[in-house]
Design a protein around this ligand. Structure first.
Ligand code: FES
Ligand SMILES: [Fe+2]
Length: 482
């Protein structure tokens, strides 16, 4: 910094001058305020900023729940406490004492299996019943009084992770909301967490943003080996199916019917730099990645895959089911039918501008893994976790948190997953269907949005393009509506 610059900075208020706060929010709280569009035909306006409540959500590791005092976590804008009951099972109550509304999280577990309020000593069991009121003595009428019941949230603990039912309605079986590999016997769960200071919808919509790889991730370790930034550019994008009104399944396609084949020539070659006439320039600007990507291309060729891509072989046979893709109430599952490892990215809303991202990383085993395997996998996990969830995924964070959700948008066929997800969520979320049942409302017929039309046209284009070479596969894969 030159001397003159230093001087002007001092004059304009050190450090940063007016630039530091040029959008108002920069400098103190970096996230722009969250807003949804003011138009109820825009699907975004109907997705609740604090999440859908009639679902199970991941909360915290069981080992973090002590015997001596409750743990507290804000979930979907609600403060929940966790403590152990008489059997040692983790239970959850609203962080609220029904007597005079003090936070139970500030209390203690003086008696094993119970939590005691710090104000007048109301003491609750795992079901939220008041079993003692210490300051009134053993004859207190508060004990067992129906009005003195704390609000309970049902819990289930799987592979050391506590899940909570956040709804007001009857809980569904945990198997309906929690990924199936969490129920398989020998699997090892390696959870990881990180906090994003933006809304959960922004986090979720990013996880299915198929075409940011060559922009946002072009320098992620995982992508650097690929000449095409992980996936080839395409004006069409993934095609989608909504499965069982629970999940948006998406796939890039593969082989001949791939939407990613758009820019390949007949010999299976695709240029590294493409020319954009509007700017009279090419992207990427430089060719230095080619110094090493030839090596990975060779590897792909040996596996019989198109050079430039880095896609597991299993992606060639997409497994369309309700657990692959983006699923209500807001989890994203990639990796398709991987038999050894499955990862779920589950953004849990905390506040409007704060999200707890829970990664359910599950190693799958059909029988108990050997000690050696456990040691090796355990020792390499920090690196794998960084590679997958932090080096790669956190690059998105820097972009997604600045999405101005309340502003108009103009979507493309490549946004097909986001478009389908919004429709699925606003029409089929359990909160919506239960409210309809309760109020005996008929499902509202919603008009197709412009974005939905664009995606439908994309579907047709893919259909026509694919027909030329593989009509049968097209029929089986691309047009199948499950
Ligand atoms: S407020 Fe909890 S016992 Fe009085
Ligand atoms: Fe991304």
């Amino acid at each position: 910094m030159g001397l003159a610059k230093l001087f002007t900075r001092q004059l304009s208020g050190y450090p940063g001058g007016y630039k530091k706060m040029r959008r108002g929010f920069q400098g103190f709280n970096e996230t722009p305020p969250f807003a949804v569009p003011d138009d109820d035909q825009d699907r975004r306006s109907r997705i609740p900023p604090l999440g859908y409540r009639e679902y199970w959500y991941p909360a915290l590791p069981e080992k973090d729940v002590k015997k001596s005092e409750p743990s507290m976590l804000r979930m979907l804008g609600t403060d929940v406490i966790f403590f152990r009951d008489k059997e040692g099972k983790v239970q959850a109550l609203l962080d609220w004492c029904p007597h005079r509304s003090v936070y139970l999280s500030m209390g203690k577990c003086y008696f094993e299996g119970f939590v005691t309020c710090p104000y007048h000593g109301a003491t609750f069991d795992g079901d939220g019943n008041c079993v003692a009121f210490l300051t009134e003595g053993p004859d207190s009428k508060m004990t067992g009084a129906p009005g003195m019941k704390a609000r309970k949230f049902p819990t289930v603990t799987l592979k050391g992770l506590v899940f909570v039912w956040m709804g007001d309605g009857e809980p569904v079986a945990p198997e309906e909301d929690i990924p199936p590999e969490m129920f398989e016997d020998h699997n090892i769960l390696r959870p990881s967490y990180c906090m994003f200071d933006c809304n959960w919808v922004l986090v979720l919509e990013n996880t299915m943003d198929a075409h940011n790889a060559f922009m946002v991730h072009r320098n992620a370790l995982r992508i650097l080996g690929s000449r095409l930034g992980g996936r080839p550019r395409t004006p069409l994008g993934y095609r989608v199916n909504i499965v069982n009104d629970k999940n948006v399944h998406y796939r890039p396609g593969s082989g001949k019917s791939s939407v990613e084949n758009f820019y390949y020539d007949d010999n299976g070659n695709i240029p590294y730099q493409m020319y954009y006439p509007g700017v009279d320039g090419v992207w990427p600007l430089h060719k230095w990645r080619l110094l090493w990507t030839w090596f990975f291309d060779k590897k792909a060729k040996r596996r019989g895959q198109t050079p430039g891509r880095q896609r597991p072989v299993s992606a060639d046979t997409p497994d369309v089911n309700e657990w692959n893709g983006t699923r209500l109430p807001g989890m994203s599952r990639t990796g398709g039918n991987n038999r050894d490892f499955r990862s779920t990215r589950w953004p849990v809303p905390v506040e409007e501008n704060l999200t707890r991202m829970v990664y359910l990383n599950v190693e799958r085993y059909s029988k108990p893994p050997s000690v050696l395997r456990r040691v090796v996998k355990g020792a390499t996990w920090p690196y794998r976790n960084w590679f997958l969830n932090f080096n790669f995924r956190n690059q998105d964070y820097d972009a997604e948190k600045y999405v101005q959700y309340g502003m108009p948008e103009y979507l493309s066929s490549t946004d097909s997953v986001v478009v389908a997800m919004r429709r699925l969520f606003v029409e089929h979320a359990r909160d919506v269907t239960r409210r309809r049942e309760r109020e005996e409302e008929a499902p509202e017929s919603m008009e197709e949005t412009l974005a939905e039309q664009q995606v439908r046209q994309g579907d047709q284009l893919v259909a026509q393009a694919s027909e030329a070479f593989d009509a049968q596969r097209l029929e089986e894969e691309l047009l199948r509506r499950v």
